[in-house]
Design a protein around this ligand. Structure first.
Ligand code: ZN
Length: 499
């Protein structure tokens, strides 16, 4: 077979697998949004069948054969070409899949299902002991997985590589150390009680009006409602079904405006990335984000860098005030901006503000690394967790449910996932800082309701690049510097130390 022919066959295989996965994504979207309760059993059967078909496709030995024909041929000679990028990434994914023993994968799926159930029960009972045996299994299996796929320095490298390819434990540790050293004193300083009307966001915000406002903001940001939808669900998410079909779901709360609105900005950020990917590359790595952290950078950028800026609210606050007149008539733009940029340390990651958020992530990253290396026996997790919260945030969770049982990631076998949230924040601030300089100050455009300059910059530098580069390389190319926590610290310092 000629290389060109092999590449065409490879494209067909990869595309079909993506189309199949998109059917499963659509079933999942429906399950989260509109499916009646009575549909559960049939949906479980549909999902199981899809998972089986997908696994069959993904491990098709033809992938390996076709890749070998294209690799080393003239077709893939230029490493910067789309073909070479697609081949490189397909090979990387295929190798990881190939090196994982079948029984470990199957056992992983089983443990994730039961582990997630045990976690729910443990959380209800606020008793880590119920979940402990499962977490012990999950850690042992993560070690086996790392040993199977290989790593350069520590097993955690192999875990990270699954979510943030190209990022190492050494680099994450250095980035997080730089953040931590400055965030801990910053939190302490900024969380002194200030005279803020924080309660205003808990006044009455009718949900139907929140939805109208949210859709108008999403459209102004550039989210194309002809190629996407915004619905409601109990858990917010954004999923790309395919080119031209990006689905967002959010949850509005009548008496918590910030919770619904900033989550909407976050999910729209993810959606803008997906809508900015070149449809011609659908089904191939050039049509995908290179990492979770980079995808998260887009959501965090719109949620925080844009959505908490003065320019943004100079444009939207008058409209917000007219829509929710009863609740905001006595609030000035300045007071509102202070309220949405305030620091309140607490035990919960999901409800954390932007400044304390990264400390929640750093705690989880440090603890999962310690469990994986064996430095921290799983049985000692609750104590180590509470100790870290006292040290970093000066708060003490009142029980395990509020402490080490609050997130479900570990119960589903996701070790190495947490750092991608903070990497997203680091990338976001660095990209925004550079865009702001390149465009000569974006906030004056925001004040006019114009976000097209920023979106154009992101389309060009990030969205259209697919998986051409790893996230860290892409951030370096777009900004001229390797990822560093400095822009994030600078932006927090500027926005939260409002005088
Ligand atoms: Zn996100």
């Amino acid at each position: 077979m000629q290389p060109a022919e092999a590449y065409a066959a490879l494209t067909t295989l990869a595309r079909e697998e993506t189309v199949l996965a998109s059917c499963s994504d659509l079933l999942e979207w429906d399950e989260e949004t509109f499916m009646p309760r009575g549909g559960v059993e049939n949906r479980a059967e549909q999902m199981a069948l899809m998972a089986g078909l997908l696994h069959e496709r993904g491990s098709d030995p033809r992938f390996g054969e076709l890749l070998s024909i294209v690799e080393g041929s003239d077709l893939a000679a230029d490493p910067a070409s789309d073909v070479a990028v697609n081949i490189r990434e397909l090979r990387r994914e295929f190798e990881r899949e190939r090196l994982l023993p079948r029984d470990l994968v199957e056992e992983g799926a089983r443990v994730a299902t039961f582990g997630a159930q045990a976690w729910v029960d443990a959380r209800e009972a606020a008793d880590f002991g119920v979940f402990r045996p499962w977490l012990e299994k999950i850690i042992v299996m993560a070690r086996e997985e790392a040993d199977a796929v290989g790593f350069s320095e520590t097993r955690y490298d192999a875990m990270l590589d699954d979510y943030e390819p190209g990022m190492t434990t050494r680099e994450v540790t250095a980035l997080f150390a730089g953040l931590k050293a400055r965030l801990i004193p910053m939190v302490e300083e900024l969380s002194r009680p200030a005279d803020l009307p924080a309660h205003v966001l808990r006044r009455e915000f009718p949900v139907d009006r929140q939805m109208l406002f949210a859709n108008a903001v999403a459209a102004a940001m550039g989210f194309d409602l002809e190629r996407g939808r915004i619905d409601t669900a109990s858990h917010p998410f954004c999923t790309s079904i395919g080119p031209g079909d990006v689905r967002i779901a959010v949850r509005y709360q009548r008496r918590n405006f910030a919770q619904g609105f900033f989550v909407l900005l976050h999910e729209v950020g993810h959606g803008l990335y997906d809508q900015g990917i070149d449809a011609a590359h659908y089904g191939m790595p050039m049509g995908e984000a290179p990492s979770l952290g980079l995808h998260e950078s887009q959501s965090r950028l719109w949620e925080n860098q844009v959505g908490r800026s003065l320019g943004f609210w100079e444009h939207f606050f008058p409209r917000l005030k007219s829509i929710f007149h009863e609740s905001l008539h006595d609030i000035s733009l300045d007071a509102f901006r202070r309220v949405i940029n305030r620091v309140t340390p607490g035990p919960n990651r999901g409800r954390a503000d932007e400044v304390t958020y990264n400390l929640h992530i750093i705690i989880r990253s440090e603890l999962e690394q310690a469990m994986l290396s064996g430095d921290l026996p799983v049985a000692d997790l609750p104590g180590a967790w509470n100790e870290a919260y006292r040290k970093y945030l000066s708060v003490t969770p009142k029980n395990d449910a509020e402490g080490c049982l609050q997130d479900g990631h570990w119960s589903e076998g996701m070790i190495g996932y947490f750092p991608t949230y903070t990497l997203g924040n680091i990338y976001a601030a660095q990209l925004f800082d550079r865009a702001d300089r390149d465009l000569g100050g974006v906030e004056s455009a925001f004040a006019k309701g114009d976000f097209s300059g920023l979106l154009g910059w992101l389309r060009d530098r990030i969205h259209s690049q697919g998986s051409r580069h790893s996230a860290r390389e892409l951030v370096a190319l777009a900004t001229g510097a390797a990822p560093t926590p400095e822009p994030l610290l600078k932006s927090l310092d500027t926005r939260y130390r409002i005088t």
